[in-house]
Design a protein around this ligand. Structure first.
Ligand SMILES: Cc1cc2nc3c(=O)[nH]c(=O)nc-3n(C[C@H](O)[C@H](O)[C@H](O)COP(=O)(O)O)c2cc1C
Length: 361
């Protein structure tokens, strides 16, 4: 199998991806990550209306600061969509109007298998298969379903520790990555299909996490939480400070729908919740304060800007993963990418070391 970095010739192995984070991963962050030899993702999320504008902004950054090794027929960037809430027609229009489409599209949280199938099919047609299809999954069942519906070029394997939205029912990367890789190999191999790569996401914050993911059989990693502390992230200072202060993510973050309800971002398919730092909003929601009263306090915090994250009475949504305690400084995204590659001691060698698997349908 040709390596995933061969697909994206400006990148360096192991592939480091900046996960699409709705409202936070804009053109500057995506460009900085790609310029450092990773792949940045713009976050279209559930609102595709600003996609064309964001891609145009990325193109301007690219003209001002070209990325060496980037091919001429695609933009060296990806775009992430949250399928249940995004408009496929608008996405198709925005992408088909581009002479150079993004090098990757990242599909997440479909409301049905059919929806995933039509997104993959229509985006492949719209971009003449120049945009490779990445699908973020969080279980073996999801991976098999994604294979059947979309034959993803790349699987993003999202573990339980991931910040932001993910499935409540999910395992940590240590068991999830090898089981997904084995299962896809067997099911998909029978159909003569091999994905170009597996990317691990969830709780990875430094080079130790990158090494661990490679040892498990991933070809690269995708990070969200670590890039919240990138200089280029579109993020309120209060949010960024709260990320820097948080530690011990297994205790101080939680996957919940409390924040979606308070800020009105509901509509997620059954089984998804957002992992964020536990604060007063969550404590009040789980200790009997009425929803109406909690929303009132939330709106007031929202109106207070950075003070909404003020220690002692922080109420604002602070999506972040369990790796938050390893995020200690705000730095340029390019330096984060370099740090993640600091000392890569594990050569991805899953192919040679894999045990023989024998999975039946
Ligand atoms: C603040 C935040 C926003 C996110 N928004 C999105 C999104 O818009 N689309 C998406 O596919 N994933 C989103 N995610 C999840 C990421 O794709 C990824 O799975 C996760 O960040 C990996 O875990 P980590 O945060 O521990 O690095 C978000 C994550 C965070 C932390």
């Amino acid at each position: 199998m040709e390596s995933i970095t061969a697909l994206y010739p400006w990148t360096t192995a192991p592939l480091i991806a900046g996960a699409p984070m709705r409202l936070i991963s804009g053109p500057a962050l995506a460009h900085a990550i790609s310029a450092a030899g990773g792949i940045g993702f713009l976050a279209a999320g559930t609102d595709v209306s600003t996609l064309a504008e964001n891609l145009a902004a990325f193109k301007s950054l690219l003209s001002a600061s070209p990325i060496s090794g980037a091919p001429s027929d695609v933009l060296p960037v990806g775009v992430g969509f949250i399928l249940w809430g995004a408009d496929l027609k608008v996405a198709v229009k925005a992408l088909s109007e581009l002479s150079e489409p993004p090098a990757a599209v990242w599909l997440f949280a479909p409301s049905s298998t059919e929806q995933l199938e039509s997104w993959a099919k229509e985006l492949r047609t719209a971009t003449k298969s120049k945009s490779k299809i990445w699908v973020q999954i969080s279980s073996v069942a999801d991976a098999i379903e994604a294979f059947k519906a979309a034959e993803p070029d790349v699987f993003v394997i999202q573990g339980a520790d991931a910040g932001g939205h993910g499935r409540y029912a999910s395992a940590g990367l240590i068991s999830l990555v090898p089981e997904v890789v084995d299962a896809v190999r067997v099911y998909a191999g029978r159909a003569g299909y091999t994905p170009r790569g597996y990317i691990a996401a969830g709780g990875i914050s430094d080079e130790r996490g990158v090494n661990a993911a490679l040892a498990l059989g991933a070809d690269g990693v995708a990070l969200g939480t670590r890039f919240l502390a990138a200089e280029e992230a579109v993020i309120m200072n209060g949010y960024q400070d709260a990320v820097l202060k948080a530690s011990d993510g297994g205790v101080n973050t939680i996957r919940t729908d409390v924040y979606d309800k308070l800020r009105g971002t509901t509509g997620w398919p059954e089984g998804y919740g957002g992992r964020g730092v536990i604060n007063q909003s969550y404590v009040d929601a789980t200790s009997g304060l009425s929803f109406d009263e909690n929303v009132k306090l939330y709106k007031a915090a929202e109106g207070a800007g950075n003070k909404g994250w003020e220690e002692g009475n922080a109420r604002m949504t602070t999506y972040a993963g369990t790796g938050v305690g390893l995020v200690k400084t705000v730095t340029k995204a390019g330096d984060i990418v370099k740090e993640l590659r600091g000392e890569i001691v594990v050569k991805r060698s899953y192919e040679s070391r894999r045990r023989q698997v024998n999975i039946t349908d």
